[in-house]
Design a protein around this ligand. Structure first.
Ligand code: BMA
Length: 819
């Protein structure tokens, strides 16, 4: 195989302009205009408004490249475009090659007759996605979400680029993935498909290799598997056929497990073909030995929805993932790796790739394989109505095939899901009554996609929509069957405790908004913008009613914050508490409930949103909370009135024997009453370990100054602790906790020793004024008399600093400082 890489510097210009600028491929128009200083950062203040005009124009990309005689003489020469965004025309040496109209597809064109030895020229014209959807929408109006530019369902382009309730309207254009010319002699590997059979602790692999051949020569097909210890096993097959199956028997398989359940050993596969001992093509990738499916069976509550990995039912813990930037060109594997590490640090075992973005790059799946995150992969359809014309059908079919083939071998792939919320929309959202379009829904999500998967990836579970009870418009958001998106807390303004009324089988979306940190807000505002109702702040709040909702929940829970930074802090605490109420409740009901994926993990730009990590990678209070509420062994308290039940949820593979110490304390942390409980909790189960009632002690007055603290000890070690109030925080009589801290430099880490000398400190927040870092814990509660040590790995610091610089930048606040 011979490759001429077309990535790198290109020339680009607006179609009607005479001035060529420097462009970079893979990349995008916005990114190139930004790099050339033609436009300002579209995320700054209200610059987003300028994007509409930029995206209303057409752009031309062009470059020259050299092809040698040898390449021209090969049997097959193709132009490969791994991703073009979106409507384009491709010319080679001024001759038309093809048009494209699907960002999610991989394109390949035979170009041998169009190339010449020496200098060649490729020109790609990208047409305005805005003009395209406008014209199509006039012909046939299609329903889509109100936050996006009208007509977006007409184009196979990541929906969020047109705007969402957390995303700006910046429909960028570009050659967004690799582009190259490839040539082969004799044959090439068209497709490799691996299936696994697990039986009696052994694994049989069937590696099906399909070849595309241009000559009838005998080929030798060589498959090598390198196990996680580096041991190799090679099989060679001499063949004249177009398809071969190569089998491997693995007697001592090292199984792949999601994070929290075991390791992630990967097996490297190399498939090569040789003609007369010359290698003509090869493919290399990793697999993990595991089974993953979803158990969806009738039971006493309805119909289950639980992920079963290597025979073990796991409680899915994670969040929903959206694209990482509006200017996709700015993504990097390093940035994504940090985000995946953040998920692992917060004890996730699953991530849902939401259907309004794009199918992530290979490196995303490689990272999930390596770190142990099960991927819930939506097909890229969300909150919209589509019209199944012949052209659209061909387009989405090809898109699905390309992505199924690309992704299916990954160990992390846990489920294919047809779409986000479209079945639910047809049933519950009052869409325009168009029976033909409703039938089209069934044809796409309950016929076309499952049929394709039956043929191409039968080992991965398919689910028609999220939420769904299994399809056919049959109660898609049923609390007792399938998965649920629950939005009554937040959109419905219900209190956090409302989550406790439901024992969803699997909650794949629920969320609560907050503002990003002041450091992040400073990147897009001037000082005069720093009021949540300012023009600029509202530009960075895409959900119309959201600021009102934050203020409503604020009024329910906290005192009125004294200033802008305190309001930001309060909003993050509300968010963290809300989600904690839901997750802890469902984890206490492990068995009936088997999954929690909150909305949403990340942001694509600096914005007020449901994310737990903002677009600069800064952890909000929620992410620190997630680290605690997703811990495999969870201690939690369910309080009601003057009662409190103490639970331990054990999502580990071992039973635990522990001791719970509880202390009823005053606001200055004096102990009023205390006790201990010995607990044994089976693996993969949840148990109520104690029921406490303080009706006699907790008069209405006392409720306002008393809290319960519980600590779990396992094998003599303090595992975790948690507290609850018996009143809303706004009514609790917090005293000045008189926080004292000291930092020590311990080789590759700083350790902060922190203490509350005055009384109970709630929501202790640590932050650095300018730099960023990860604290081993944050937004925690501290009783008087306890010294907590918080670790900051120096590798997590955004810049090198001395202990003095670190201590100088360190700021500490608690709820007491908020009002
Ligand atoms: C869910 C998602 C998104 C949306 C979020 C917040 O329904 O699927 O479409 O951004 O709610 O409203």
């Amino acid at each position: 195989m011979q490759i001429v890489d077309l990535n790198g510097p290109w020339k680009m210009k607006e179609q009607n302009s005479q001035d060529w600028l420097d462009g970079i491929v893979p990349g995008s128009v916005m990114n190139d205009l930004l790099q050339n200083g033609v436009i300002e950062d579209p995320f700054y203040r209200d610059n987003e408004d300028k994007a509409y005009e930029i995206s209303s124009k057409n752009y031309v990309y062009s470059r020259e490249f050299i092809i040698d005689e040898e390449m021209l003489n090969r049997d097959k020469v193709v132009l490969v475009c791994e991703g073009i965004d979106t409507i384009s025309t491709i010319l080679l040496n001024d001759t038309w090659v093809s048009n494209t109209n699907n960002m999610h597809s991989r394109y390949e064109f035979d170009v041998k007759p169009l190339l010449k030895a020496g200098v060649n020229k490729i020109t790609i014209t990208l047409f305005s996605p805005i003009q395209y959807v406008k014209e199509r929408q006039q012909e046939e109006p299609l329903w889509g979400v109100g936050d996006a530019i009208e007509g977006y369902p007409h184009i196979r382009k990541a929906h969020y680029m047109f705007g969402w309730d957390w995303g700006p309207k910046i429909p960028d254009l570009g050659i967004w993935r690799n582009i190259y010319i490839a040539a082969w002699d004799v044959a090439r590997i068209d497709d490799v498909y691996v299936t696994q059979k697990h039986e009696d602790g052994k694994v049989d692999l069937d590696i099906r290799v399909r070849l595309e051949k241009w000559r009838q020569d005998a080929l030798s097909l060589e498959v090598t598997i390198t196990d996680p210890d580096g041991e190799t096993d090679t099989k060679v097959v001499e063949t004249f056929a177009n398809e071969e199956h190569v089998m491997f028997h693995i007697a001592k398989p090292k199984l792949w497990w999601p994070n929290g359940y075991g390791d992630q050993p990967l097996y490297k596969m190399n498939v090569s073909i040789f003609s007369a001992s010359e290698k003509v093509d090869q493919k290399e990738f990793h697999i993990g030995l595991r089974t993953i499916t979803v158990r969806h069976e009738p039971d006493q509550w309805g119909k289950s929805f639980e992920f079963v990995v290597n025979g073990i039912s796991i409680f899915a813990m994670g969040a929903n993932y959206i694209p990482e930037d509006n200017l996709i060109a700015r993504n990097t594997p390093e940035k994504t790796e940090r985000l995946i590490q953040d998920c692992i640090q917060a004890n996730f075992n699953m991530i849902r790739v939401w259907g309004g973005g794009y199918y992530p790059d290979d490196y995303f799946f490689d990272l999930c394989d390596r770190y142990g995150l099960i991927v819930w992969q939506d097909f890229m359809f969300a909150c919209s109505v589509y019209q199944l014309t012949d052209e659209f059908k061909e387009s989405i079919k090809k898109e699905a095939i390309d992505n199924i083939k690309r992704i299916r071998h990954h160990a992390c792939l846990g489920i294919w899901c047809g779409n986000n919320e479209i079945e639910e929309a047809w049933v519950n959202w009052g869409l325009p009554n168009k029976p033909k379009l409703k039938t089209d829904y069934i044809k796409i999500f309950e016929v076309l996609l499952p049929d394709l998967l039956k043929e191409m990836d039968p080992q991965t579970f398919y689910w028609p929509s999220s939420p769904s009870s299994g399809g056919g418009f049959d109660q898609p958001n049923n609390e007792n069957a399938g998965d649920v998106h629950y939005w009554q807390v937040w959109h419905g303004l219900k209190p956090f405790t409302e989550y406790r009324k439901f024992q969803f089988r699997f909650c794949s979306e629920f969320g609560f908004q907050s503002f990003p940190s002041l450091k992040t807000i400073k990147t897009f505002t001037l000082p005069e913008d720093r009021n949540i109702f300012s023009y600029v702040m509202e530009k960075h709040q895409k959900n119309g009613a959201a600021n009102g909702k934050i203020l409503f929940y604020l009024s329910e829970n906290f005192l009125y914050p004294k200033d802008f930074p305190s309001l930001l802090y309060a909003s993050q605490l509300l968010q963290a508490e809300a989600i904690k109420y839901g997750v802890e409740h469902w984890r206490r009901n492990r068995g009936r409930s088997m999954g929690s994926l909150y909305w949403q993990l990340n942001d694509c730009w600096p914005v007020a949103s449901w994310s737990s990590i903002d677009s600069y990678g800064r952890w909000k209070a929620l992410h620190y909370f997630a680290k605690k509420f997703y811990v495999p062994v969870l201690l939690s308290i369910c309080e009601e009135g003057t009662d409190a039940d103490i639970y331990v949820t054990n999502d580990s593979l071992k039973p635990i024997v522990g001791r719970i110490e509880w202390k009823l304390r005053t606001n200055t942390s004096e102990v009023i009453k205390e006790g201990t409980v010995e607990c044994e909790v089976e693996k993969l189960s949840a148990k109520k370990c104690e029921s406490l009632s303080f009706a006699e002690i907790l008069t209405p007055e006392k409720m306002r100054e008393t809290y319960l603290e519980c600590t779990l000890w396992i094998d003599g070690e303090k595992h975790s602790s948690t507290t609850v109030l018996f009143t809303k925080p706004k009514h609790f009589r917090f005293v000045d906790p008189k926080i004292k801290w000291e930092v020590r430099d311990e080789k590759d880490q700083f350790v902060i020793f922190i203490e509350a000398e005055g009384g109970f400190a709630k929501y202790v927040e640590l932050d650095l004024e300018e730099a960023d870092c990860k604290f081993s814990d944050n937004y925690f509660d501290l009783s008087k008399g306890e010294v907590r040590s918080i670790v900051v790995a120096k590798s997590s610091l955004s810049e090198n600093m001395s202990i003095d610089q670190f201590a100088k930048q360190l700021s500490v606040r608690t709820i007491y400082d908020m009002a």
